[in-house]
Design a protein around this ligand. Structure first.
Ligand code: GLA
Length: 398
C-alpha cells in the first residue's frame, strides 16, 4: 500500500464531506507482458497488475446522489444516481472526461444489480468517492482500469451486490466502452481485478477463463522495466478504433466470428482474400495469439528468461504489421535490447505510452542510462523509466 496515496484520498474525502469514509479500496494499473490487440478479437492476453494503484475513499450519503472528486481534478462532479441512465451513453459529453470512469462504473453496476433482480433506486444508497492515484496517466499502464477497479470494488461492497470479480471487470469495461466511449477490450479490467503478487493473468478473452501463472522474475534476478516515452495517447480517438475495425473486416472476410478462430495455417488463404493492410492486421493478431500461448508454455517450462525472443517478435509484429508503434517506442525497445535486455516490446494500445524490457537486475542502471542517452541524442522528450512488480488486484485496504 502506498501511504501517500492513501493519505491523500482520505484528506480529499474529509475536505469534501467533513466526516470519515466508510472505507478505502484500491486497484492497480497493469503492464501487458504479451498479447496486444488480441482481447477484442476473443484471443489470449498475459498481463499483470503492477505496484502502482488508485485509492478511493468512499462513504455513503442519504440523498441518492453520487459525488466524485480526485486529486488530479479538484472540482467535484455530482449527479443523482437515478439520472445516470439518462446520462450514459447518450449525454456523456456533459460529464468531464475523468469522472465518466467512476460514474460509468456506478451506472454499469446499477444495471448489473437490476439484472440480478435488485431494485436499484430503492436500495442503492448515495455515495461520495474521493480518488488519489500513483498510476502514471497516459503511459499505457491503464490508469483508467485502476479507477474502474477501485470504484467497482468499493460499490460492490458498500451496495452489498455480491458480484464476482469477472462481473466487476465487465462493469468496468462497459463503463469504458459506453460511458467514456473507448472501444477497448476486457484485458485491463481483468488484470486490475484478478492480479496477484508475483503472477501474471493468462486470460482467454472469449471464455474469460483466467489462469494465474507464476512469473518468477525475482528468483531469476530479473526486473521488469517500464520505459514511458511520454508520448500520450487516447483510445477514444483515432487509431485504436481503426485497428479494431480492420480486425472485424478480416474476420468477416474469413467467415469466422473473431480472429481468435484462425490459426497461422490460415494465413496464406487470408493473404489471397484480402488487401495487404487488412492482411497484415490479421497476421499480427493471429501470430500474437500464438505468441501468448508460446510465452505461457515457455515460462512454465523454462522460466522467464526464455520468453525474451517472444517479446521481441511481438514488438516487430506491432511495428510492422499492426503499425501502432511510434519512433520513441522503437528507440526504447532497440536501445534496451542493445544494452542487454532479455527482451523488450511496447505495451498497451500503442501510438505512444510505454515500452517494457525484461532486464537482469544488475543491468537496470546501464539499460536506463542507455535509453535516456538515446532519447536525448534523438531530441525526444526525456523518458520516465522505472521498475514495476507484479501485485494484487483490487482490494479493500481499510
Ligand atoms: C488498451 C485496451 C485493451 C487492449 C490493449 C491492446 O489497453 O484498453 O483492451 O485492447 O489496448 O492490447
Amino acid at each position: 500500500m502506498n501511504a501517500a496515496t492513501d493519505t491523500a484520498a482520505r484528506a480529499l474525502f474529509a475536505e469534501l464531506t467533513a466526516h470519515e469514509p466508510t472505507g478505502l479500496w484500491s486497484a492497480p494499473g497493469r503492464v501487458n507482458l504479451i498479447g496486444e490487440h488480441t482481447d477484442y478479437n476473443d484471443g489470449f492476453v498475459f498481463p499483470f497488475a503492477i505496484d502502482f494503484r488508485t485509492v478511493v475513499a468512499a462513504g455513503t450519503r442519504d440523498d441518492g446522489r453520487i459525488r466524485v472528486v480526485s486529486t488530479f481534478d479538484q472540482v467535484p462532479v455530482e449527479v443523482a444516481l437515478d439520472d445516470l441512465d439518462a446520462l450514459f451513453p447518450a449525454r456523456r459529453d456533459e460529464i468531464v472526461e475523468w469522472a465518466r470512469y467512476p460514474l460509468g462504473v456506478a451506472w454499469a453496476l446499477r444495471a448489473a444489480a437490476r439484472d440480478a433482480g435488485v431494485d436499484a433506486s430503492a436500495s442503492l444508497t448515495g455515495i461520495d468517492l474521493a480518488f488519489s492515484s500513483d498510476v502514471p496517466v497516459g503511459a499505457g499502464l491503464s490508469s483508467s482500469a485502476a479507477i474502474e477497479g477501485a470504484t467497482a470494488a468499493a460499490l460492490n461492497d458498500i451496495w452489498g451486490l455480491g458480484l464476482d470479480r469477472v462481473a466487476l471487470a465487465q462493469a468496468g469495461r462497459r463503463a469504458e466502452n459506453e460511458a467514456v466511449g473507448a472501444p477497448t477490450g476486457i484485458m485491463d479490467q481483468m488484470a486490475a481485478l484478478l492480479g496477484e503478487s508475483d503472477a501474471g493473468i493468462f486470460l482467454d478473452c472469449r471464455s474469460l477463463e483466467a489462469d494465474v501463472v507464476e512469473l518468477g522474475f525475482a528468483p531469476a534476478a530479473l526486473e521488469l522495466l517500464v520505459m514511458d516515452t511520454r508520448v500520450t495517447h487516447a483510445h477514444s480517438t483515432g487509431g485504436y478504433g481503426e485497428r479494431r475495425a480492420a480486425c472485424e473486416r478480416g474476420a468477416a472476410i474469413m467467415g469466422v466470428p473473431a480472429l481468435r478462430d484462425l490459426s497461422v495455417d490460415d494465413l496464406p488463404r487470408a493473404q489471397e482474400l484480402m488487401d495487404d493492410v487488412t492482411f497484415r492486421r490479421v497476421r499480427h493478431v493471429v501470430t500474437e495469439d500464438q505468441r501468448v500461448l508460446d510465452a505461457v508454455r515457455t515460462l512454465r517450462a523454462e522460466g522467464p528468461r526464455a520468453i525474451g525472443s517472444l517479446l521481441d517478435a511481438s514488438h516487430a509484429s506491432m511495428r510492422d504489421d499492426f503499425e501502432i508503434s511510434v519512433p520513441e517506442l522503437d528507440l526504447a525497445v532497440d536501445t534496451a535490447r542493445a544494452a542487454g535486455a532479455v527482451g523488450a516490446r511496447m505495451t498497451g494500445g500503442g501510438f505512444g505510452g510505454a515500452a517494457i524490457a525484461l532486464v537482469d537486475r544488475g543491468l537496470v542502471p546501464a539499460v536506463t542510462t542507455a535509453v535516456e542517452e538515446a532519447f536525448a541524442e534523438a531530441g525526444f522528450t526525456a523518458p520516465h523509466i522505472f521498475t514495476v512488480h507484479p501485485s494484487d488486484g483490487a482490494r479493500r485496504d481499510a
